[in-house]
Design a protein around this ligand. Structure first.
Ligand code: FAD
Length: 454
């Protein structure tokens, strides 16, 4: 599909070392966490928006597929060149180009590793609060393209609250700019929101403007164990009633804490749950709130309540939480990851029902998530892999799905790792919304060169 002539034209756009064709190199870009294997025909590493616009123009003209790759941490296979063609890596566009304390905003290229943004903002006393657990590996472009969430959501909201504007390249090679470096920019459609979450299907995000906050003066973290997940569910409500707004609040069942937080070497009894709470803000207020939180955790049945000694210990706890999913799944060659949203008032019931449903022969379950938001991740894996286990896993996923729906909750599409591609078709959606999606995709990308609809 990409013949010598086309390759020559691409070569004219990029420097030689930014166009990679060696089979060994391409094969190292052919697999991701989902287990999908599909090598691209070419790997391009552009350095400028103009280069990307010229590449998109060629792809549009010659109908070849383009897949965009950030940090490749999304477990859905979106950054894989499933139709071959060109894999466009944004790793060479990785600069923070402007930090403005006066305008409280930062301008970044899409390939910046997310954690790097705060590292560069720290000396300026500024703060970007969106912190996906994968922040040491994923890119800000990938975060915008997937509308990634972080652990700070309970206090600071979602990425949508910080996205002021974007630059993107859309077929047939147009550079578009939407939003501005100001909070209010209310002219016309908000295209920024259309591109956010579009997973590289309608455009390539080449620059991002983010709103910033003043860096919180102080932080304090607390840890407590509870008799079970359900027991800890009232903590958020109790803290809020006292006017305490944690910045992070994460709850993990015994299996998640034991196998996921290996670096902390915790000893939890079977059935127990672990709660981590972080408070941030002005120093004296944080100290006062930490004392009150400790007291309230004990009142709610928390045991072994501990306050992190210093910032280093607190960082160690949260870093361990950041790598929980990787540790939990690193030994598994087949597992399912289900994300469920449950209204806060139904969370205790949800955990009760899941506990009743989960003893399934051959299937193990670990649940952890964001107590403040009511968003829970279930990792369903098998003790012994084989056909029987692969049958047991989807059954448990289906049981959890049904429980969630019966309690007014919702599930995000299931991520299946180590199963045949297409084994889990997405649940039927809203036909009208589906039609609108397809119409939008077709008007941005009439020749369907940017990755196909999932
Ligand atoms: C251990 C672990 C923890 C995680 N924790 C979280 C979490 O806490 N919260 C959360 O929301 N997610 C989490 N994820 C999922 C994943 O990290 C996020 O979806 C992340 O935003 C993906 O960023 P990326 O740079 O790796 O993108 P990629 O995986 O490279 O790409 C993701 C999608 O975005 C598209 N894309 C990437 N860059 C661009 C661009 N510049 N323009 C247009 N399209 C683009 C790709 O084509 C693909 O479809 C986690 C994943 C892992 C492995």
């Amino acid at each position: 599909m990409i013949d010598r002539e086309l390759q020559k034209q691409l070569q004219e756009i990029l420097e030689t070392e930014k166009l990679l064709v060696a089979p060994q190199t391409l094969s190292s870009f052919s697999r991701d966490a989902s287990g999908i294997c599909s090598p691209p025909s070419l790997l391009l590493q552009p350095q400028t928006t103009t280069q990307i616009a010229r590449i998109v123009s060629l792809a549009h003209k010659h109908h070849f597929p383009l897949t965009i790759r950030g940090g490749d941490t999304a477990p859905s296979g979106g950054a894989m060149a499933t139709r071959g063609g060109i894999l466009l890596s944004l790793s060479k566009m990785s600069r923070v180009t402007e930090i403005s304390s006066r305008n409280m905003m930062v301008v970044v290229q899409p390939g910046v590793i997310t954690a790097q943004i705060n590292a560069q903002l720290k000396p300026h006393g500024l703060f970007y609060p969106i912190d996906p657990a994968s922040q040491d590996l994923c890119t800000i472009g990938g975060n915008v393209a997937t509308r990634a969430h972080g652990l700070h959501g309970i206090k600071y909201g979602t990425i949508d609250n910080y996205l002021l504007g974007l630059e993107a390249v859309v077929p047939p090679g147009e550079i578009i700019r939407c939003g501005a470096k100001t909070i209010k920019c209310a002219t016309g459609y908000r295209l920024t929101d259309l591109l956010a979450g579009s997973r590289g299907q309608i455009g390539i995000i080449t620059e991002i403007i983010l709103k910033l906050l003043p860096r919180p003066q102080a932080q304090a973290s607390l840890m407590a164990t509870f008799g079970g997940m359900g027991q800890a569910c009232r903590v958020k409500e109790v803290l809020h009633k006292k006017g305490i707004r944690p910045s992070r609040m994460e709850l993990m069942d015994h299996r998640s804490a034991h196998s996921g937080l290996v670096d902390l070497n915790l000893s939890l009894s079977s059935g127990q749950a672990l709660l981590l709470v972080e408070l941030d803000g002005e120093e004296s207020m944080v100290q006062k709130d930490a004392q009150m939180t400790g007291k309230l955790l004990v009142e709610q049945g928390g045991e072994g309540v501990r306050l992190a000694q210093d910032e280093r210990e607190s960082d160690r706890w949260w870093q361990a939480r950041g790598t929980l999913l990787s540790h939990l799944t690193e030994q598994e060659d087949a597992f399912l990851l289900l994300t469920t949203i449950i209204p806060g008032a139904k969370a205790t019931r949800f955990f009760q029902k899941v506990a009743e449903a989960s003893p399934r022969k051959g299937a193990d379950l670990a649940i952890f998530g964001h107590l403040g938001e009511g968003r829970w991740h279930s990792v369903i894996s098998a003790r012994k892999h084989g056909t029987a286990a692969k049958r047991a896993l989807p059954k448990l996923a289906e049981a959890i799905h049904k429980i969630a729906v019966s309690l007014g909750g919702r599930n995000r599409p299931l991520y299946a790792v180590g199963f045949a591609a297409g084994a889990f078709p997405p649940p039927p959606g809203d036909a009208g919304a589906e039609m609108l999606y397809r119409t939008l995709k077709a008007s941005f990308d009439p020749r369907g060169i940017l990755q196909p609809m999932e």
